[in-house]
Design a protein around this ligand. Structure first.
Ligand SMILES: Nc1ncnc2c1ncn2[C@@H]1O[C@H](COP(=O)(O)OP(=O)(O)OP(=O)(O)O)[C@@H](O)[C@H]1O
Length: 255
């Protein structure tokens, strides 16, 4: 059985996110809002097997984060189905369950429980979580006194300690300073080598090729290409360099 099975999934929004209005206006000639709503994802299908590492690539607004949110169960498809078999560590919207008036220690327990860890597991992994986060000396301070980088370090550290079957990563490898980013890269590589299934979004072809064997190229909500990472990245980068090139599986603009 596939760990993730996505069949003809579509996500339709009645209105696009306000922060994207300007960008979307610029894109009005290519996107097709339609009176039935705006398809952030349209008829997307693919399967993910255990131990695969897959990147979602594509331009801003292509639907990558929307697809991750369907896989994480944060949103439901309006058409088609999304099935996930296995526990998930969502490294996206890191620390979204954090409470500013609680201490780092209290948030650690709360957030770990939200990610499915039992109290005993948190106790067992507590020192390791703190050590990885490098913020042990502030752990009994309220979270509102933390910098954004410190909160993200704590959130990332908790998420990578929850021993999931599937790790979902949305551009979080930009967490913290350069040294901490390197540490995060190493930890992600370890998770992959331990046999976790990775599903990640990245705008960096280097990151995609570092972590992923396979890449799925989304374009205006549609799946354009599902291929070995090298092949999909090369095709996508060719298109980025020359957007007049015909898209894979689509007729050339002259036709
Ligand atoms: N909650 C929402 N309400 C309305 N529209 C949304 C919502 N979330 C996403 N969208 C729209 O869906 C489209 C896909 O957005 P999404 O964030 O999935 O793209 P993305 O590929 O992750 O982009 P980026 O690379 O910029 O993060 C965009 O046009 C966006 O405006």
């Amino acid at each position: 059985m596939s760990l993730i099975s996505i069949k003809n999934a579509s996500k339709i929004f009645q209105h696009r996110k306000p922060r994207m209005v300007l960008r979307d206006r610029l894109r009005q000639f290519t996107s097709k809002p339609g009176k039935e709503g705006f398809y952030a994802l349209r008829n997307v299908s693919f399967e993910v097997e255990a131990r695969e590492s897959i990147a979602l690539i594509g331009a801003n607004g292509a639907g990558k984060s929307t697809l991750l949110s369907l896989v994480c169960g944060l949103a439901q498809p309006d058409e088609g189905s999304v099935e996930v078999h296995g526990s998930i560590a969502p490294l996206l919207e890191l620390g979204s369950g954090f409470h500013m008036d609680l201490t780092g220690h209290e948030n650690l327990y709360l957030n770990s429980a939200m990610l499915g860890m039992t109290k005993a597991q948190v106790r067992q992994r507590y020192d390791s979580i703190l050590e990885f986060s490098e913020i042990a000396e502030f752990i009994h301070e309220p979270l509102r006194t933390y910098s954004m980088g410190m909160s993200l370090r704590l959130a990332f550290s908790i998420a990578v300690h929850c021993d999931p079957a599937i790790v979902i990563i949305d551009e979080v490898l930009g967490v913290g300073d350069a040294a901490f980013q390197r540490k995060c890269h190493t930890r992600i590589a370890e998770l992959r080598d331990e046999g976790k299934t990775l599903l990640c979004v990245s705008h960096s072809p280097e990151t995609v090729l570092e972590f992923c064997d396979r890449a799925i190229w989304l374009h205006h909500g549609q799946l354009l290409m599902d291929a070995p990472a090298q092949e999909a990245c090369a095709a996508y980068m060719r298109f980025v360099a020359d957007p007049t090139l015909p898209l894979p599986g689509m007729p050339s603009p002259e036709n």
